[in-house]
Design a protein around this ligand. Sequence first.
Ligand code: PM9
Length: 460
Amino acid sequence: MKFTQKPWAEPFKIKVVEPLKVTTREYREQAMKEAGYNTFLLHSADVYIDLLTDSGTNAMSDNQWAGMMLGDEAYAGSKNYYYLESNVQKYYGYKYLVPTHQGRGAENLLSQCLIKKGQYVPGNMYFTTTRLHQELAGGTFVDVIIDEAHDPQAEHPFKGNVDLNKFEDLIKKVGSENVAYITVGATVNMAGGQPVSMANIKAVNELAHKHGIKVVLDATRAMENAYYIQQREEGYQNKTVAEILKEFASYSDAATMSGKKDLIVNIGGFVAVNDWDLFEELRNMVVVYEGLHTYGGISGRDMEAMARGMEEAVQDDYMAYRIKQVAYLGEKLDAYGVPMVKPFGGHAIFLDARRFYDHIPQTQYPAQALAADLYVDSGVRGMERGIVSAGRNKETGEEYMPKLELVRLTIPRRVYTQSHLDVVAYSVAELYEHRHKTKGLRMAYEPKYLRFFQARFERL
Ligand code: PM9
């Protein structure tokens, strides 16, 4: 076999391994049925390759584990907090830090501090927990992402961009005093891990500030976003991921962060801001919901691991591996003609269930069915990102019918090898070949909030 391109490999070697359980098809059929056709309700011990999420499922380095032993578990003023604070200042540039147990803890605090009842919160596509916290604080989310983001086949290099016209129209319609702030997610999870360009966030910042509106960055995967800017945007080829990240964050006033993604840890998050008054409010609020402002619901050792993970994740060679590994799975599936969101995203490959199962109407949950079928076929666990995740309109109670009906195959960081991804690609390709055999689902139990986590289904 001749190489068609120079090979790349993981920039680490394996020191500790975790055995995987291989099960039979009959076993998995039973397990899936018992889990109500919801991959969130499976026991992880029954999963062979777990691509449910990249959230908290990452492999920490020896350096991070060593840092765990240096946890200063003092109730107040832990030295790990000050180290994390200095790294947030160094890599993101925000002045003030409030740690939280994870991203949604940060979203809760920020939404409560910044949203007045009845205000609107524009953003570049909804994220499940973000929108819910905005709604619980009395706000209404408005999608201002570019149209291409809703089309799985539109090959835009920065499909996560905010549509400035949509944003400006909203300001004109409701008045700037009724816009709480704008959220820029980078990369955009629900659009398929799509990046936002530097030019776009800069323009968003200018427009927002002209109207006295704050820009809040969802920095959960902003390091991955920085890599895409380096690869795709004019003028950034010779800049490091670290330099790009800092410039990107400089066009925002605050950030919410789930450290469980970019920062390669199992738990942790934060909210970071530049404004002292807002910091004061957040510090007041964090003691109610999370813990003292110098630990925010996590331990000293978790803050240490997050600070060290930040240093590792921002390295160019690590980030190149990260993004290329995801693309490796996408390219394999492309060879079989499997319908996917293109371009491939930063943290996951998103199967386009609407085209994959074109015989199943959206009301019969094709993506939910596909995620269940994939598990039964090979023990690979993915996640639905379509009508079930979208939930219901808070005013009308109607189900949202999102254009994107996807199954996310999310790649945890530093966990799986290319061979694991070959197994995944084989199984998806097999399912695609026999796609017309399957049937849709009926929802048998629907929880009130974030229904995708705990809903149960029956096969039609
Ligand atoms: N994301 C994910 O799997 C975990 C929960 S939803 C299944 O993608 C963004 C862009 C996220 C995110 C979580 C959060 C919330 C905020 N913004 O999970 O609370 O992708 O740490 O973060 C998940 P936490």
